[in-house]
Design a protein around this ligand. Structure first.
Ligand SMILES: Nc1nc2c(c(=O)[nH]1)N[C@H]1C(S)=C(S)[C@@H](COP(=O)(O)O)O[C@H]1N2
Ligand SMILES: [Mo]
Length: 375
């Protein structure tokens, strides 16, 4: 079994998390993070399955060298520890799920005050077809001990975060890890191809409906534990906290969100948008990790009045976003277009920011400002 207590203090190179001061601009450090971790260009909402190169990326440390000797170990509180290479994983009957993945920090840079971290606007999302082995099958084979309560997943990447040196490591409650709804995958293919290095080559976890942080990339070890895991990414980061000493609630499933393809055409530098007067088709996609999206509404007056957009049928992919479309008649002047999703549990998107210390789960409605000039 892997030693799960490897978190070490290394405060010399990074301090505690920080909020930006009033009017404090984006720093070079945030620009460096944003250049490594790109979002999905919003025009790529046109694809039901995001081409791999356009899917968003979030890598906390460095993309590790997983080499040719990569093995996945399954151990801890199990009857039979397993050691699997890629050929052994591929020998199990494969399963493919279409899954919309979103970073829990999506929307963070829009918050005020702004938590200093990866400065996402709204584009930290993508949908892929992930192929692999259901985690349940591997856990059945290893045989969980009666006292096992969680599965802890360790990536091959290593770094420091707010003064804590660590391997990237997250856990799931055993009923989620071993469940079949959603079916968690140990995935080795993305859109029918081997995983690209940045998406976890050779193997990652895919947890349909959960925010990205749960979907451990470069997966090298799965350990069942008899007590809940308390590592950094579980008990310090990825919690909804109002202050740094608030223990907070864990970040888990994806809150509902709809996005639109910004209509018209952009200015290179400002990305301000222009449309011509007349009928403008509006379309995009909507998702929720709690329940299917059942309603998408669009407003052309900054949330003053709303009307329903048409939603395409769900088509047997319960963990993937749904396409929506509607039309708008542009008149000369400046307009603010917004869109919001509601899921079958009645969750919807707020018109005011849901603020928390880490900037997680900010599903504030998207605002797209468009200028319509006279013909
Ligand atoms: N090992 C490891 N797994 C990881 C991460 C990481 O930094 N290291 N980042 C997580 C986060 S925060 C997100 S949002 C998703 C992003 O997955 P993607 O880059 O394939 O879109 O991976 C998750 N899995
Ligand atoms: Mo993330």
């Amino acid at each position: 079994m892997d030693d799960l207590r490897t978190d070490r203090p290394l405060g010399a190179i990074s301090g505690p998390g920080r909020l930006a001061g009033p009017g404090e601009g984006i720093s070079l450090e945030e620009v460096a993070l944003a250049a490594r971790n790109h979002g999905m260009p919003l025009e790529a909402l046109r694809y039901e399955v995001t081409p791999a190169g356009l899917h968003y990326i979030l890598v906390h440390y460095d993309i590790p060298d997983t080499g040719v000797d990569w093995r996945l170990t399954v151990g801890g509180r199990v009857r039979t520890p397993l050691v699997l290479d890629l050929a052994a994983l591929k020998a199990y009957p494969p399963r493919t799920h279409r899954v919309t993945m979103e970073c829990a920090g999506n929307g963070r840079a829009l918050l005020s005050p702004r938590p200093i971290s990866q400065p996402w606007l709204v584009e930290a999302v993508g949908t892929a077809e992930w192929t692999g082995v259901p985690l349940r099958v591997l856990l059945d084979e290893a045989g969980p001990a009666p006292d096992a309560v969680e599965a802890v997943f360790t990536g091959a990447d290593h770094g420091v975060e707010h003064g804590v040196e660590q391997d990237y490591r997250r856990s799931l409650p055993l009923p989620v890890a071993a469940g079949d709804d959603p079916e968690v995958l140990v995935a080795y293919a993305m859109n029918g191809e081997p995983l690209p290095p940045q998406h976890g080559h050779p193997v990652r976890l895919v947890v349909p409906g959960w925010y990205g942080m749960a979907q451990v990339k470069w997966l090298r070890d799965i350990s069942l534990t008899a007590t809940p895991f308390t590592g950094y990414q579980q008990s310090v980061a990825y919690r909804y906290k109002q202050s740094s000493d608030d223990p907070g609630e864990p970040v888990t499933r994806i809150e509902p969100r709809a996005l639109m393809i910004p209509p018209g055409f952009p200015d290179f530098m400002s990305r301000a948008r222009a449309v011509r007067p007349g009928r403008v088709g509006l379309e995009g996609r909507a998702w929720s990790g709690h329940a299917p999206v059942v309603r998408v509404e669009v407003s052309a007056d900054d949330g003053g009045t709303w009307h329903d957009a048409a939603l395409d049928p769900a088509e047997g992919h319960p963990w993937a976003w749904r396409h929506w479309h509607t039309a708008w008649t542009a008149t000369p002047g400046s307009h603010v277009l917004t869109v919001r999703a509601t899921d079958a549990d009645g969750r919807t998107q707020p018109l005011g920011q849901p603020w928390n210390r880490g900037g997680f789960g900010n599903n504030l409605v998207q605002r797209v400002v468009v200028l319509c000039a006279q013909e």
